[in-house]
Design a protein around this ligand. Structure first.
Ligand code: AKB
Length: 361
């Protein structure tokens, strides 16, 4: 699909841009702000001079975030009254909706995951549509989806599939994957068809842009609640001098990406010329690597690392349902996506130096 209009095309206004007589501040809204991606994304926005970020998380964002945001809120994206307050207080031009319960955590409380991952996203899409209606500009909605949206039925199919495109093998086996795939569809609905029979509908009010993250590896934070977490856990454990029992087999392969590349990709997609976007959902990846190859690299850089492989059958089956690699040629073509790091350079230039410094002393 091609986005015919540019992001700044005006839409009809239906309400005044004031709240109790006061002008509302323009804002970029970031949900899941205190999480791994949120943290880095807000710092990057601040480094680019953006001081209009309004951040929400269920946990209190730390000082370094509070210092660079216009405002931070401790709150739940399922809380309709919080979102109504935001609608009244700010003119939101862009939403980075990062809050989610990840794949492992979601399997323990699938209904709660659905409430947060789907209900929360629906609330925010609606907020975006209402914002567009109130201030007369399209609202950009940047949504990270995940390789969890894929679902390969068995290892033979995974091996035969190799590199998968955005539209193949979309039969997720986790609640998180189902939630992400459905939210991709919701995004398309809000972008293209929202209230399609209503007399007063505003076409194209939400400029939905989605990228499917692979497993992410950050030198600064250890993730929790995901199933691709074995890679960052292995690296951080080695640097901290702790033994690590990897919960998947050494030959388990999925795509990964460093956190800086994920943040750059997210900001690049947000900044891309809408007329060049041929899709709403894009794969992105840095490199495809097996758990064994990652362990070998970790041992090369941290010779004392004690890494054992003790596969957990259930978590293994989740990772086995994810593709070994993804085709990100559409992102490269449409918005010049180009990750900075290969597997080797990620270790040499980013992970090892930063993690060593973090655990030194
Ligand atoms: C998870 O493991 O749930 C996430 C993901 C692959 O989206 N890191």
């Amino acid at each position: 699909m091609t986005t015919a209009e540019s992001a700044s095309d005006p839409l009809p206004r239906t309400t005044a841009t004031s709240f109790h007589g006061a002008r509302r501040n323009s804002a970029i809204l970031v949900t899941g702000a205190a999480g791994e991606v949120g943290h880095g994304l807000i710092q990057s926005l601040a480094a680019a001079g953006r001081r209009d970020v309004v951040a929400i998380d269920v946990r209190k964002p730390d000082r370094s975030l509070r210092d660079v945001c216009q405002e931070t809120y401790v709150g739940d994206i399922c809380d309709g009254s919080l979102l109504t307050r935001l609608l009244a207080m700010y003119e939101i031009t862009e939403i980075y909706h990062l809050a989610a319960l990840l794949s492992t955590r979601a399997e323990f409380t699938p209904e709660t995951a659905h409430e947060v991952n789907v209900g929360g996203t629906l609330n925010l899409l609606r907020l975006a549509a209402e914002q567009a209606r109130s201030h007369g500009q399209r609202v950009k909605f940047i949504f990270p989806s995940s390789i969890a949206a894929y679902g390969l039925p068995d290892l033979a199919t995974k091996d035969a599939a190799g590199v998968v495109t955005e539209d193949q093998h979309l039969r997720p086996v986790t609640m998180y994957g189902c939630n992400k795939l459905y939210c991709e569809h919701l995004g398309r609905y809000y972008a293209r068809h929202y209230r399609r029979l209503a007399q007063d509908r505003i076409p194209d009010a939400v400029d939905f842009r989605c990228l499917r993250y692979p497993g992410l590896i950050s030198a600064d934070t250890v993730p929790s609640g995901g199933t691709s977490d074995f890679a960052p856990e292995m690296i951080h454990a080695a640097a901290a001098g702790r033994p690590y029992a990897c919960f998947v087999r050494p030959n388990t392969r999925i795509p990964f990406m460093t956190m800086p590349d994920a943040i750059d990709a997210t900001l690049q997609l947000a900044a891309a010329d809408g007329r060049k976007l041929s899709r709403l959902v894009y794969n992105v990846s840095g490199f495809s690597a097996s758990a064994g190859a990652i362990a070998d690299l970790v041992k090369g850089f941290f010779p004392g690392a004690a890494i054992a492989f003790e596969p957990d059958e259930q978590r293994q089956s989740i990772v086995d349902s994810w593709p070994a690699d993804v085709d990100d040629s559409a992102a490269r073509r449409d918005w010049s996506f180009e990750p900075q790091y290969t597997l080797q350079s990620a270790f040499e230039e980013y992970l090892v130096p930063t993690i060593r410094a973090r655990y030194a002393g």
